[in-house]
Design a protein around this ligand. Structure first.
Ligand SMILES: [Zn+2]
Length: 213
């Protein structure tokens, strides 16, 4: 069965959300420099490249990334294609496109082309999920929402209503996917965020894979 790697690489070339730390990967120890092994030093924010948001990202004292249930991170998912000219995923779109009994939904939008075209600068006009649509997803019983750019929410949203609608109901947000090579339909999602136990538990980079059913 075919596997699709839908993960965006962590690299200094990967754009980051404005205000977040840059991605820097250095040689800490190096065979070429006479050390006994190669060891890299990683420096980046928890919301770099493909990553999950835990409830603690926006809600003080809420569930942390290392406690997110594996039962939600792994399982059947629906990839929904969003028309290229659509910049807002609204409630009506969710009602007519997300199948009933969907537990995990990944929206494939024009944003995936930003990765394909290797656009190094952060793109502010990315397609996002409106808060009413987020509430509708919760109502439908969705437990994980995936998007193909660095935020599920409109750029410069002041109240973070989309994040709050999802995280307050313990819905996992998976951001920064690259769905370029994936056709709409049903797959098995395998998403394993790093088990980062220090810090504020707000999120972690993840390897995300889809497997044909
Ligand atoms: Zn987020």
């Amino acid at each position: 069965m075919r596997l699709y790697d839908i993960t965006v690489p962590l690299s200094a070339q990967t754009p980051t959300y404005p205000g977040d730390p840059p991605i820097e990967i250095h040689e800490w120890r190096s065979l070429a420099k006479g050390d006994t092994a190669n060891v890299s030093l990683l420096h980046f924010g928890a919301h770099s490249a493909t990553h999950v948001d835990a409830p603690a990202h926006f809600i003080e004292g809420a569930a942390r990334v290392e406690s997110l249930p594996l039962e939600v991170l792994i399982g059947e998912a629906q990839v929904v294609e969003v028309p290229f000219d659509c910049e807002v995923i609204d409630e009506a779109f969710v009602v007519s496109n997300v199948s009933p009994k969907t537990t995990r939904v990944l929206f494939k939008t024009r944003n995936s082309s930003f990765w394909r075209d290797k656009l190094k600068d952060f793109q502010t006009h990315f397609t996002h999920v409106e808060s009413n649509a987020a509430r509708k997803l919760v109502e439908l019983g969705v437990k994980l929402v995936g998007v193909d750019y660095l935020s599920v929410e409109k750029f410069h949203s002041e109240n973070h209503a989309t994040h709050l609608a999802l995280l307050s109901k313990e819905v996992v947000i998976l951001e920064g996917l690259n769905l370029t090579d994936v056709s709409p339909g049903r797959y098995e999602l395998i998403c394993l965020p790093l088990k980062i136990a220090d810090g504020s538990g707000d999120g972690a980079p993840a390897r995300a894979v889809l497997r044909e059913l």
